[in-house]
Design a binder for this molecule. Structure first.
Ligand code: ZN
Ligand code: FE
Length: 638
């Protein structure tokens, strides 16, 4: 592509059998050109000859194309009017340098791009996209450029350069990039160019060192992948559109991963990975696992093969739920699987579960946290009983309450709930997950009764007396205050009690800020208790946290101690279970374990106490891994 003597010099859709799009182009199987969105481009003689030559690298490369016969880029203004230019990509690079926001059509959808070193345009993008605080992903030309602003070790480099080219989470090195890229966080999500267009953009302007490349959507809606939709939905956001005339048939978001030592953790498994299958030990009837409603991912299975679907997002959005249904149908058709069983989360109100229940085929229901643990068992080939630690924001519990801090003894068939996180109340229901100060108020009120305002005056001052009073009256009347054992809500509340963050403008924001501020070199922890019923009791710790927030104690210090205390309490539960059952295998799962301080410290504690900690590798540790766990549980009954 960069060889001026090649007939594909600067051709932005160059590909061969080892690279280029596949999943996002397929309408039907078998994977042949007429069944893809390349059908409308008739190959020129030269391309046709390459396509037919069994010795060439483009033999049966379905998207094979060139300047003469293939798709072309085009630059549009903000209203969708074509801009006349010989070189739309070079012109795009020029506009990016000038501080414009450009919607760029990629492989599985649109990105919104801008210069990541230009604070004015990055904050304008936040404003227009209505994404106030969630960090933006950043793309740089090569690993050297990345290392100017982020720390990338050997494993990170391997992952960044891998065929799948995921977004990799890396530690911030300095303030070279605009502060609005990831305000308050000590990490960046970074990736390398993965399409010819990306490479050309950087080639055309060597000064562009880092581009924000965030999904082309408004707040949490699914990523936009079609021209008219792009103009409609991104019209107010992008100054220009770099489009092309090759339709994207299926949307597919960027994947996200990180390394911890030698290990890779995938937090979003989508572009580059989907639809690669996973193989089971046991044969299954054709089945569909519907996953959960947040970070929705489904999976289709048949025989010993499982096909996990792409990341779809939050099914609460109508667009996402449509995408879920369409993608399930697409997978059914391309893999020729007619599900005979639907496996769903037990939740009575999940869109995904109700979809499965509506199919008119037998339904298997799986408890949310059991699915989390089972996904780890499946990947690690564990078939005997294990200790399962499932920590997350929320999942429907067997007793009808919201669970989320669960310590099980389980196998794939079933589980016993042996310990659980402190029971908290969620004043205002779902609102409490968005506003951690509500749960913090509950904790204060429960610990100190009517005197709580004297115990934590700074908290009351920050939140405002009337809002706090309002929560107390909700609690006193016991209206709309469901009970939860959620670990996520505990982390939220601690972030709020320590005056670090009182709201979640995206899922996990407060726990992430709490983790970011912690001094990970601290090894101390607080005391804790465990009740006769198995409830972990952090009252002593919470008292100390409140005290240090008011006495100007060291927040990085106490935040670290909080993480360590959570890990120590989990270790204590495991020790008690090991004494009783002899089990040494511990499976860690659920979104809370995306917290590295907790994950690393707990693994270390477990290992030094004779346990074998296990995690998922190929699948997300968060709800994106539920479908695989659901399949695992269903497998045990066939
Ligand atoms: Zn051609
Ligand atoms: Fe979960």
């Amino acid at each position: 592509m960069l060889n001026p003597n090649d007939r594909r010099y600067r051709y932005p859709f160059i590909n061969c059998t080892d690279c280029g799009p596949r999943y996002t182009l397929i309408r039907k199987t078998p994977y042949d050109r007429p069944q893809t969105s390349m059908a409308m481009f008739k190959m020129c003689n030269e391309c046709q000859a390459e396509y037919e030559n069994p010795k060439g690298r483009r033999f049966h490369a379905q998207p094979n194309a060139c300047h003469a016969c293939g798709p072309r880029p085009e630059l549009l203004d903000g209203k969708g009017k074509k801009i006349e230019t010989d070189n739309p990509i070079a012109e795009t690079a020029r506009l990016l340098r000038k501080g414009k926001i450009i919607a760029i059509k990629g492989l599985g959808g649109y990105h919104l791009a801008c210069d990541a070193t230009d604070e004015t345009v990055v904050s304008a993008l936040r404003e227009r996209k209505k994404r106030k605080e969630k960090p933006f992903a950043v793309m740089s030309k090569d690993i050297e450029a990345i290392r100017k602003y982020a720390e990338a070790g050997e494993q990170d480099e391997k992952l960044l350069k891998s065929r799948e080219k995921p977004i990799v989470l890396l530690k911030k090195k300095n303030e070279l990039l605009s502060k609005s890229v990831a305000l308050g966080f000590n990490e960046y999500g970074v990736f390398l160019p993965y399409t010819p267009i990306h490479h050309l953009l950087f080639a055309d302007d060597p000064i562009l060192s880092a581009l924000v490349m965030t999904s082309g959507n408004v707040s949490d809606e699914p990523i936009v992948f079609d021209e008219s939709e792009a103009l409609r939905r991104l019209g107010g956001i992008a100054d220009n559109f770099l489009v092309n005339n090759r339709p994207i048939v299926w949307r597919c978001d960027d994947s996200v991963a990180r390394t911890v030592g030698e290990r890779i953790f995938i937090t979003r498994r989508s572009r580059g990975f989907v639809p690669a299958p996973v193989f089971l030990r046991r044969k299954l009837p054709p089945m569909l696992a519907c996953g959960g409603d947040l970070k929705s991912v489904f999976a289709l299975a048949k025989g010993k093969t499982v096909f996990p679907g792409p990341h779809i997002g939050d099914l609460e959005h109508a667009e996402a739920f449509n995408s879920f249904r369409e993608s399930v149908d697409h997978f059914k058709s391309i893999f020729e699987i007619k599900p005979e069983v639907a496996v769903v989360d037990k939740h009575p109100g999940y869109f995904s579960s109700n979809y499965g229940r509506s199919l008119g085929i037998p339904v298997t229901e799986v408890q949310h946290h059991h699915a989390h643990v089972a996904s780890v068992m499946l990947e690690n080939r564990l078939e005997e009983k294990v200790i399962g630690l499932a920590l997350d924001g929320a999942g429907y519990g067997d007793d009808g309450t919201v669970w989320g801090g669960e310590i099980f003894v389980c196998d794939m068939k079933g589980f016993e709930r042996r310990f659980f996180f402190p029971l908290l109340k969620l004043p205002g229901g779902d609102m409490a997950a968005k506003e951690p100060w509500r749960v913090a108020t509950y904790i204060l009120w429960q610990m100190f009764g009517e005197r709580f305002k004297d115990a934590h005056p700074l908290f009351v001052e920050e939140i405002g007396e009337s809002r706090v009073n309002n929560i107390v009256s909700i609690l006193k009347a016991d209206i709309n205050s469901p009970v939860t054992s959620s670990a996520g809500r505990l982390f939220d509340a601690v972030a709020s009690l320590l005056l670090i963050s009182h709201k979640n403008s995206f899922e996990g924001q407060s726990p992430m800020l709490l983790e970011s501020i912690a001094d990970s070199t601290v090894e101390d922890s607080f005391e804790f208790d465990i009740s006769g019923e198995g409830e972990i009791d952090f009252t002593k710790m919470l008292g100390k946290l409140v005290k240090s927030a008011n006495d100007a104690g060291s927040i990085p210090n106490v935040s670290a101690m909080f993480h360590n205390t959570v890990a120590s309490s989990l270790l204590e539960c495991c020790k008690r279970l090991k004494r009783e059952t002899g089990i040494k295998d511990v499976c860690l799962s659920g979104g809370t374990f995306q917290n590295l301080i907790l994950l690393k410290y707990l693994s270390k504690l477990l290992e030094s106490n004779g346990f074998r900690p296990h995690f998922s590798r190929q699948f997300p540790i968060n709800d994106g891994g539920l479908a695989i766990g659901q399949i695992a549980v269903a497998t045990s009954s066939f």
